[in-house]
Write a protein of this length. Sequence first.
Length: 301
Amino acid sequence: MRRKRVLPLAALLLCTPALAGTAPAVAAPRTAPAGPLRILLTNDDGYNAPGIRKAFERLTAAGHDVTIVAPLTNQSGTGTKMLSGPSITVKHPEPKVWAVDGTPGDSVAFGLAEVFAGDAPDLVVSGTNFGPNVAGLATHSGTVGGAVAALEHGVPAIALSTGGVTAPDPVTTVNAMGPTLDFAVKLIDRLRTRARSGPLLPKGVGLNVNHPVVGADGKGTAAGVAATFQDPQTLLEPDFTDAGDGTWKVTVKVDLRPAAKGGDIEAVAADRIAVSPMNPNWNTGPVDQAVTAALIAGLRP
């Protein structure tokens, strides 16, 4: 049965108190359950995109209780944008699937406030999506933005992206989503095992995972797993051309500079899976990087 809801902005403000004039409430880290997790799955390509559907199938097959709460349409590049209108329309086209006519951040806000009302999920997974979210791309990524929205409310989150620094053909990338999700299942299992009676991740820390496309068909195995940081370069540079009539034509060029040693670009370019710590106010440091290294020590693709 198909259902559609129009959610007033005020309802979402309950989940985003900062916009209502008070400081956002950040929940204490939840103790990880010993068994399968309750996962809110979102993305920025849209609720019916291949990556999120494959993620739903793979995470469900691994035994987790997965609910899709994702944008109705493609929202790539929207970053952390949230609540840009007085209301949003939400559709419920099938069981375990909610389609939010807004950004990934709107989707996560709705999911936490309504779908998981009063009982937050154990984990938010954002992706997997087409293309890398490394370096400056991560700052503007809707995939990362969905994970950040979860972290702002104290819910552990992982952003998943599939792609190398250069863009392979879409079919190859879809193939590579299989290895991406196989690794995601292993990573989540590792987090549960290490958590024991504690939280899945340290308070306020999420993981930005970038899986390379390996092999001509995209089905190859990554060369390894690396604890990385966000390379400081921007990657994309706009080029503006004056049309002479008051309008400007914009093209975007890839400006790839030498990769920072230990950064996410270096890892993905070497066919390794980049796992970078992140938090909702963008601050990471040696302590967070050491935590990540410990989490993935010995983990294989």
